[in-house]
Design a binder for this molecule. Structure first.
Ligand code: ARG
Length: 601
């Protein structure tokens, strides 16, 4: 009792403590102090901290000695080589409850073994104060994530699905890190295709009796109008005039345009709703009024030139210039993106703009960003804010190695794809006899959570820049690195806790977490690395880093659970707390990846 009371006192103090940053940041802070003492003339040196390559030597290492040696040698230094710098770094480390012991390896690497009491205490503190206290600290307050962004009336294809899934998870990670995220759907609602669509609409419905049913499948409507456009020169001419009327704001044309957008929007909102993705639409049309002003600013900087009747920006190292005003005087994708960039920086005052599209658009964004840098809108250095980043991703391939198509040959119906994931899950659950144990709603809810989660995870676990093969059997397998396996692992941990019959909320307050067994320590350290992994994933914009972390976490849990008896052991309380911490971190990973764990059953 006395012990648990003193623990309680601890937490009261800790509750007031501010968020101290990730484990890596905390270690870096200690080394920063040491470096200041060791090499007082080299104040710009940042501590280089990394997990140990070989866990036999320790948990983390400081890699500054070699680099410092090449800086100070020949400057009359007291040091004899990198190793003696390493020794000094080690000696000058401030005493801290974080570190258990240090050693030097090779040419001055300082290896650190963390205190397992401290690891245990940090985890327990998280259990009491919540996983939000482990949020990474980022140097920005507001960001735009520009993602999904399908084109009105054209098909929303798997590329847009990838953008939606990747963009959502990046937004979630930034939001968790207390960044205010503007989730932008930069839909293509302003292209020249609208002239054609509107003209066709007028032709089909001369009395304006248009409704959803009448247009029916917008993609088919698009195709039909395109055919008309390509085959009838008179129609083509009318369509081109219609663009001018629309952009000039003529009522009849605006109304038809809004109508078409509305029908299209309803289509893609069904996808977002299934995926649980929030987006705010600010389509290309929104930025149209800002284009002249933005181009004027670029012009004042002398960036815009005349070339073959068009107005362009030449970018060093690129064969073709960025066209900002077409020969016919119209604006395009690039002019819109320049205006949107200006708007986001100056009106929305964001520090970071993240664009999620396929890698095919890399060139476009490189040119837009370079133009913005030359205009002084963005700093020239990539490591400074405000910053613009393109998050490119590869193709989705089918079993045949070609671009993925769903069964219907006409178009890729994303909703059908998601529905199929769900129905396959449902079938698998029924085969496992769940229909008898669960209500119809439970069955449905679980199939949905697992099915959609599987589609998301299969996408996110790959390095986004590579192509990936869409395969239902693989993503819905309960073995290997899949959402199904991970959700199952999480459910198993929850059931261990439940079956112990202990009140875990009570244990968090009165129990003590210890990491006596080596496998407990491995798991504990992995848990504590959560914040730095999220930080890495969202600063380098690679969600697969978080997937890998989650998968390894479940592996570490298996190692622990295989070798450490939980229920009925003398360490039961401590081990239940470790189970709970694992479940909490896993749930946060699921949340950040946009996966909903099904309700416990
Ligand atoms: N609508 C575009 C497409 O489907 C993507 C837009 C990306 N965002 C942007 N600001 N350009 O390819």
């Amino acid at each position: 009792k006395a012990q648990s009371l003193s623990n309680m006192a601890n937490y009261i103090v800790d509750l007031d403590q501010e968020n101290v940053g990730s484990l890596k940041q905390q270690i870096a802070k200690l080394f920063e102090e040491s470096l200041r003492l060791t090499v007082p003339d080299e104040l710009d040196v940042e501590p280089a901290i990394a997990p140990c390559q070989n866990p036999r030597f320790g948990d983390y290492q400081c890699n500054n000695a070699m680099g410092l040696w090449s800086k100070v040698k020949g400057k009359g230094t007291q040091f004899r080589g990198p190793q003696s710098i390493g020794q000094a770094i080690m000696k000058n480390l401030p005493s801290s409850e974080i570190i258990d012991s240090c050693s030097i390896a090779g040419p001055g690497f300082v290896n650190v073994v963390l205190s397992k009491q401290w690891i245990a205490k940090s985890i327990q503190r998280m259990l009491v104060n919540g996983i939000e206290t482990w949020a990474p600290k980022l140097p920005i307050e507001r960001a735009v994530v520009d993602f999904s962004s399908p084109n009105i009336a054209k098909e929303m294809h798997v590329g847009h699905l990838r953008s939606t899934i990747i963009g959502d998870t990046l937004a979630r990670m930034l939001e968790y890190s207390n960044v205010n995220v503007l989730r932008r759907n930069h839909v293509g609602d302003w292209g020249t295709q609208f002239g054609m669509l509107i003209e066709y609409l007028f032709e089909m419905f001369p009395n304006g009796e248009v409704n959803d049913q009448a247009i029916g499948d917008l993609e088919a409507f698009y195709k039909a109008s395109k055919q008309r456009f390509d085959s009838d020169p008179a129609f083509k001419e009318r369509a081109q005039k219609a663009v001018v009327s629309l952009q000039g704001g003529e009522e009849r044309y605006r109304t038809a345009w809004a109508r078409i957008c509305e029908i299209s929007r309803r289509g893609y909102e069904r996808v977002y709703e299934r995926l649980g993705v929030e987006l705010e639409e600010k389509g290309e049309s929104f930025y149209n009024p800002y284009i002249p002003g933005a181009l004027e600013l670029l012009s004042q900087q002398g960036l815009i030139e005349e070339s073959e009747g068009a107005r362009v920006i030449f970018i060093e190292g690129k064969n073709i210039p960025l066209i900002v005003v077409k020969r016919d005087g119209g604006y395009n994708y690039a002019s819109t993106d320049l205006a949107a960039l200006w708007y986001r920086l100056n009106e929305e005052k964001v520090e970071w703009i993240i664009y999620v599209t396929d890698v095919g658009q890399r060139e476009h964004f490189e040119m837009v960003f370079t133009a913005a840098k030359r205009a002084g809108w963005l700093p020239a250095e990539d490591n400074k804010y405000p910053k613009a980043s393109h998050v490119g991703f590869g193709l989705v391939l089918g079993e045949d190695g070609k671009r993925f198509r769903t069964r219907s040959t006409e178009t890729v119906k994303l909703v059908d794809l998601l529905d199929e994931a769900k129905s396959r899950c449902k079938t698998a659950l029924i085969e496992r006899g769940k229909a008898e144990q669960w209500t119809a709603e439970e069955l449905d809810e679980t199939a949905e959570a697992v099915g959609y989660g599987a589609v998301k995870y299969a996408d996110l676990k790959n390095n986004r820049t590579t192509n990936y093969t869409f395969n239902f059997d693989q993503m819905l397998s309960d073995k290997g690195n899949t959402a199904v396996y991970l959700l199952y692992a999480h459910a198993r941990i929850c059931s261990i806790i439940r079956k112990s019959g202990k009140d875990i909320e009570e244990l968090k307050k009165v129990g003590t977490l210890e990491l006596a067994h080596p496998d407990e320590r491995v798991l504990g350290l992995h848990l504590l690395q959560f914040a730095e992994i999220v930080e890495e994933a969202c600063t380098n914009l690679f969600p697969n880093v978080l997937c890998e972390y989650l998968y390894n976490l479940s592996e570490d849990f298996t190692g622990f659970y295989t070798n450490c008896q939980v229920v009925g052991s003398s360490e039961e309380i401590s081990r239940l707390l470790l189970c709970e911490a694992t479940a909490v971190v896993m749930r946060k990973c699921f949340h950040l990846l946009g996966i909903t764990p099904p309700p416990p059953s």
